[in-house]
Design a protein around this ligand. Sequence first.
Ligand code: ZN
Length: 345
Amino acid sequence: MPAPYWPQTALLHDHGDGAMPIGGILVQLQMMAHMIIDPRRNYTQIYRQRFLDVHSNIIEAFSHINKLLQTRDALYLAAWNHVTIRARQGFRYDEVMFAPQYHRVGGLTPKEVVEALVAGIKKAEEGFPDMEANLLFAIGRELRPKKAIQLLKVLEQCDRRYVVGANIVCDENKFPPERHRKTIEYADSAEINIEVHASEWVRRPKQAPDFERDLPMLIKNLRVVLDLFRKFKSKAKKRLGHGIALPYDPDSMNVVLGNQIGVTGCPGSNLQGCNIPDLKSLRIREMLRRGVLWSINPDDDFFHPELNEVFQMCNDEYRFTEEEKRKLLLNPWLSRFGNRKKHVF
Ligand SMILES: [Zn+2]
């Protein structure tokens, strides 16, 4: 059965190197990277397979696509294509994530990476004036805080109208949030909007999924980030990426509600990655009832289910009321980082 059209118009958790739009330009990117193309091969399938094969090592999983995104031209094309496709899908607001540190093999500086991406975004917006697309400057958490702070300082020198914040991403098991206390504190001192992927997955490579076993650690990671967020002195906006354990920890729930912290949920990705046993474990209804600014996002819709499908899966489980649907459509708008254009939502 085809997924119904889910009229969400803002997207907040959207990794450019794992998103559906990149799948449409793989061959162009391969040609630009001077790779030999075999027309008999299905590259979409090949890249998806490579991603799924090494899911325990998230950096390696994304490296196959990132190998193709090492020049200004490739980054420009990827950003332009991403925003164009999202606009054609009906989105009017999108925060696309790229981590400059993974695009430096060709000798580009992090600032040059950002400039190429922002140029692509601007070009795409010319064709879709109602669309506001912004770059979220992702930071792979394997970096030491000193390096991560250096990257935040680069972000400060970029075009802040289009580079609306940072996002700490990647391997939460190996590099839990406490590693980046100083990075998060720096974001506050420099008034940089920040999302942290936290409470997504903590199981070790090759460990069998077990939500009950992982729950205390997922709560612990959540508390580390929220404790830092709670102490923010600046007006920087704050969000959690995933935040699976949130409805299981009343204290965390209070911090999120009291500080207007958005939560970018990615149910399809969580389920496919076996980080939750089922969709009811996310307790979406409870979060919406309490007023958490929780939104549905695809995470990586080249590899994971796309948004319509994710909504359908969730709706099959929860049978959302009209009021709940209204909140789901509004929450991504209320918790966005950018605000460059006037929107009616
Ligand atoms: Zn993510």
